[in-house]
Design a binder for this molecule. Structure first.
Ligand code: UD1
Length: 422
């Protein structure tokens, strides 16, 4: 039997939780350890399946890795391969970052179209056209993508601020013969985190976190000596928001350590519109609800600093048990309502039409057997189980392990009743 969670709902969550390092920082930064030969200690790295999948790719390329508690050590000095094995590529979308980092290091890269969560078409055309504009030759052969050459630099304007394309192009540009300006790039905090890491590695990258990034072409000159680097990852704003919604939907109270309000201000704003209580101090956020929450009205997912698409499924669950009508418009991915049918099955009242979902809050959900179909949709179903009356079984929780370290332990530490089975 595949792993599942059994949840006994209806118990207010109370307690304290320390937020882990961000999945969406860990993945590009681990890929970036390839850019320059060195030994990298990455602290506060979440032990999640996507990170393990990235670790396997790095090893297949010739790196050595080991874990020391929450620190992953990557020794990238022995990297000798520039092709990512097909079977490892299919495991997650972030393997696409290897395109940029291998090009910086080896002047060539071969990857296959990446796998990952099934939440929309998720093309990589922006990555590829950006690489071509930087001067790389890109060959597409069915699922195989081969790139070679060296960036000549220049100015590129992204047609959409794709997070992954911004990060990939930042890395591909590092060792160019010229300097690069990337305009209309994504401004997610994880991009600034990648920039911080690349600078610690000795590269010159500026503007991360704004919509224009400047990369000084290193021309190979500073890269002759291996580097020894220690780096602490940014906190995971999506993990934090997920746990906060678990607390609020059970009318509980939680203190979250290691999360700065500035990174989730739009989420906190939605909580406040729902009549939740929010208190922030330094890197701590306390949230609590004394009564059933009310609808936040209309919530539209947007690139940062807008409401994150990665929190939308969890919000749909929260809105399902809040008073009034909520409209959610998903503007980032095409099919991100995968958990809707299971919520309906649990008694929620939701209508979807294209990118819009209209949720009429019901007083209670009912425990049922449900199936996680992707990472955040799966987490949203766990939340539904916590809010519901009776027992809920969430099947196929391997999707959840891709992005949450020991999710069931986190919920338990806040007093929730949840068991991992299988
Ligand atoms: C990253 C995050 C993911 C988050 C998403 C949006 C990581 C590891 N993952 O994913 O958790 O949900 O940002 O905040 O950081 N697109 C194209 N062509 C491209 C690239 C993207 O059309 O070449 C489209 C996508 O299909 C999607 C939208 O742009 O509809 C956003 O994608 P993007 O910002 O690239 O997300 P990811 O980097 O995949």
């Amino acid at each position: 039997m595949l792993e599942c969670y059994e949840i006994e709902g209806g118990i207010p969550l109370r307690g304290e939780y320390r937020v882990r390092g961000a999945k969406n920082s860990a993945l590009p930064i681990l890929a970036a350890t390839v850019c320059r030969s060195g030994i990298y200690e990455i602290y506060d790295c979440p032990r999640i399946e996507d990170v393990f999948a990235m670790e396997e790719i790095l090893k297949a390329l010739g790196a050595k890795t080991k874990w020391e508690r929450d620190c992953i050590v990557v020794d990238s000095r022995g990297i000798s391969e520039s092709a990512v094995p097909r079977e490892l590529m299919s495991e997650m979308r972030s393997s696409v970052f290897l395109m940029g980092s291998l090009l910086a290091r080896c002047d060539e890269a071969t990857i296959f179209r990446p796998g990952g969560c099934n939440i929309g078409k998720r093309p990589i055309d922006i990555h590829i056209s950006g690489l071509e504009q930087l001067g790389f030759e890109v060959y597409l052969e069915e699922e195989k993508i081969s790139c070679k050459g060296r960036s000549h630099g220049g100015k590129i304007t992204l047609p959409y601020p794709s997070v992954g394309a911004t990060e990939n192009l930042m890395m591909a540009a590092l060792c160019g013969s010229g300097d690069t300006i990337i305009e209309n790039c994504a401004v997610e905090p994880e991009i600034e985190d990648l920039q911080g890491f690349l600078r610690t590695c000795g590269f010159q990258v500026y503007g991360g976190g704004t919509n224009t990034i400047f990369v000084k072409g290193a021309k190979g000159s500073v890269l002759t000596t291996p580097r020894q680097v220690m780096y602490f990852l940014l906190e995971d704003r999506i993990e934090a928001a997920t746990y906060m919604m678990a607390v609020l939907g059970t009318r509980g109270r939680g203190v979250f350590r290691n999360i700065r309000a500035e990174f989730i201000s739009d989420v906190l704003n939605v909580f406040e519109r729902m009549n939740a209580n929010v208190r922030t101090y330094e890197s701590n956020i306390e949230v609590w609800a004394t009564d059933r929450l009310k609808s936040p009205g209309i919530v539209v997912t947007q690139p940062y600093p807008g409401f994150p698409t990665d929190c939308q499924p969890q919000l749909m669950t929260l809105a399902s048990v809040s008073r009034g009508l909520t409209t959610i418009r998903e503007e980032v991915f095409e099919s991100r309502f995968t958990h809707k049918n299971d919520l309906l099955n649990m008694g929620a009242d939701i209508e979807t039409c294209g990118k819009n979902a209209i949720i009429k809050g019901v007083p209670k959900l009912q425990g049922r057997e449900v199936t996680a179909l992707d990472l955040r949709g799966g987490a949203a179903l766990v939340l539904a189980g916590l809010f519901a009356e009776g027992k809920t079984t969430v099947k196929d929780t391997f999707h959840i392990r891709r992005g949450y370290e020991d999710f069931e332990k986190g919920i338990k530490s806040l007093g929730g009743i949840i068991e991992k089975k299988g």
